[in-house]
Ligand binder design. Structure first.
Ligand SMILES: Nc1nc2c(ncn2[C@@H]2O[C@H](COP(=O)(O)OP(=O)(O)O)[C@@H](O)[C@H]2O)c(=O)[nH]1
Ligand SMILES: [Mg+2]
Length: 195
């Protein structure tokens, strides 16, 4: 899981944004990238198709300060949501320390949300992880759209355990940092347990 380099006194944690195609995963990363000072972030790498869909993944390295003398880095990844990129998703989940599921609030995307969540659980399982035991938060994105399904309904459909749920409008940045901070906190709690 987290990479701890005692010589360099660095900890690197891997966070994966998961969810169906076009739910707003890349938009979450872009907003973070735009708001974090240059001194605290590296280059954002996006491998996209010509039509701007995530092809393999997006990657954004962040440095979030020092914990007990260790510099703490977070590597944010997104997965491609389209069904046929499952091999990429499996690869990206390897070694992950926490997952943010970005659900699309639009009514027409509920089946895609459910299917993607099931795909997450299955892919984690085949990699030897259990979502029940993993740092995990849920974001209901695109709350600005008129077709957004009520939060209570989405919660019933998509809540997997007792995870925190955040409402987001990623294009405006709403909920983006709240979601990331909550997940980062859970990852750090896990990290302390393993010592
Ligand atoms: N209305 C609205 N559109 C959004 C929101 N977040 C993302 N989008 C749009 O949804 C589309 C897909 O977003 P993207 O981040 O590429 O989705 P990904 O496939 O999950 O990476 C883009 O056109 C975004 O601008 C949101 O909160 N509200
Ligand atoms: Mg994307």
């Amino acid at each position: 899981m987290s990479l701890v380099n005692f010589t360099a006194r660095e900890i690197t944690c891997k966070i994966v944004y998961y969810g169906p195609g076009r739910s707003g995963k890349t938009t979450n990363l872009q907003y973070v990238y735009g708001r974090v000072p240059e001194s605290r972030r590296g280059r954002m790498v996006s491998l996209a198709t010509q039509t701007d869909r995530t092809l393999f993944f997006d990657f954004l390295p962040l440095e979030l300060g020092t914990i007990r003398g260790f510099r703490t880095r977070f590597h944010l990844y997104t997965v491609p949501g389209q069904v046929f990129y499952d091999a990429s998703r499996k690869l990206i989940l390897k070694g992950c320390d926490g997952v943010i599921f970005v659900a699309d609030s639009q009514d027409a995307r509920m089946d895609a949300n459910v299917e993607s969540l099931k795909n997450l659980v299955d892919n984690l399982k085949s990699a030897g992880y259990d979502l029940k035991a993993m740092p995990y938060v849920l974001q209901f994105n695109k709350r600005d759209l008129p077709t957004a399904v009520p939060v209570e309904e989405m919660t019933k459909l998509l809540r997997y355990k007792d995870e925190e749920i955040f409402e987001g409008v990623a294009v405006k940045g709403t909920g983006v940092f709240e979601t990331l901070k909550a997940l980062a906190k859970l990852v750090l709690v896990e990290l302390k347990k393993t010592k």
